[in-house]
Design a protein around this ligand. Structure first.
Ligand SMILES: N[C@@H](CCC(=O)N[C@@H](CS)C(=O)NCC(=O)O)C(=O)O
Length: 228
């Protein structure tokens, strides 16, 4: 568990190598500078029943902050955005950022099932199902529109924000499965991966216990292989 001076609560997350929803919540909490400890649980291991009793919906992430418990990644992002400016200041841009984030939270099941998040898996070229490719085309288009309108390197300008937190696990998937994406989307992926918080997330993921590794998410996939 990460100790934090004058802790105001706790963020419960799952195995960093795999837990895409945890990454979203964790990024929002860290971008907002909340003073909370982190507790990481090995997903789908024997520890599951114990942590599930503390998670209102039986899922991670869960944020406990100053006596408030928030589950669901998008609600955590919104909570953090009330404490720090994570959404764009301008109303129309903010509406677009929220729409993109909602679309991410509710959708892209084709991508999520064919290209499960697994940070260090050897899987370049794999997972290109028709459903995943359709989702990728939509995401590429969304990113291009936002990047062109706001100048990058992040979706709504120079700073990483709420929408970037919601799409960060997609970046991780693209870096693992290497689908063909546009040049602006590639540049966006590079910018997200280079951000100090993503660097920290990957570094911490590398230090996680090997007992948490799950064969179904680690098995190498060759180019052209289907759902992974
Ligand atoms: N809609 C939820 C999804 C959370 C979710 O599915 N979390 C996964 C880990 S990425 C989980 O807790 N899985 C454990 C389980 O279902 O037993 C959110 O946005 O936070």
């Amino acid at each position: 568990m990460t100790e934090v001076a004058e802790s105001e609560g706790k963020l419960l997350i799952g195995t960093r190598r795999y837990s895409s929803w945890s990454l979203r919540g964790w990024l929002a909490v860290r971008l907002a500078g909340l003073k909370v400890e982190e507790e990481v649980v090995g997903l789908y291991t024997e520890a599951v029943p114990a942590w599930k009793r503390r998670a209102p919906a039986g899922k991670v992430p869960v944020l406990e902050h100053r006596g408030v418990t928030i589950w669901e990644s998008l609600a955590i992002v919104e909570y953090c955005a009330e404490l720090a400016p994570l959404w764009p200041a301008e109303r129309a841009a903010r509406a677009t950022a929220r729409a993109m984030s909602s679309e991410m939270h509710a959708g892209f099941a084709g991508l999520r099932s064919a290209m499960t998040m697994s940070l260090f898996r050897q899987a370049a070229g794999a997972g290109r199902t028709p459903e995943a490719l359709a989702d990728i085309a939509r995401i590429d288009s969304l990113w291009n529109t936002a990047l062109a309108a706001h100048g990058g390197p992040f979706l709504f300008g120079p700073e990483m924000g709420a929408a970037d937190a919601m799409f960060a696990p997609v970046v991780c998937r693209f870096l693992t499965y290497r689908p063909e994406i546009s040049a602006p989307a590639q540049a966006y992926c590079a910018a997200v991966r280079a951000h100090p918080l993503l660097q920290a997330w990957y570094a911490a993921a590398e230090r996680e216990p090997t007992a948490w590794y799950l064969p179904q998410f680690e098995a190498p996939l060759s180019e052209g292989e289907g759902a992974g």
